[in-house]
Design a protein. Sequence first.
Length: 123
Amino acid sequence: MIHFKKVLDKGTFPILFLLVILNSCSPSSNAALLKKYPTLAFNEEVTVLAIDDPRPKNVEVLGTIKIRDTGFSVKCNYERVVERAKLEARKAGGNIIQLTKHKKPDFWSTCHRIDATILRTTN
């Protein structure tokens, strides 16, 4: 069992605090998966479809993803949140994401916030 006083004495607390703060600077992602396939390689292409783009034929819906502001997020321009969604799609084995919602920075958040459907082509 770790005692709080020992953590402070060893100088570990400042390091842990810094790690927590740095991790909270990224936007959060929340995936709700219906089905999962093996993870795709980091360099495999993930196609991004806009909200009103028609969905291709022969696709399987794997789930949804939401990318949100954590309150401390700083690296959350549109390109970065889309890259985060693509990363989550690769983890689920998906090779397409279709945006379903996009909120631009406003009074409440300086971040782009998106919702997307994770898809996988069947061919």
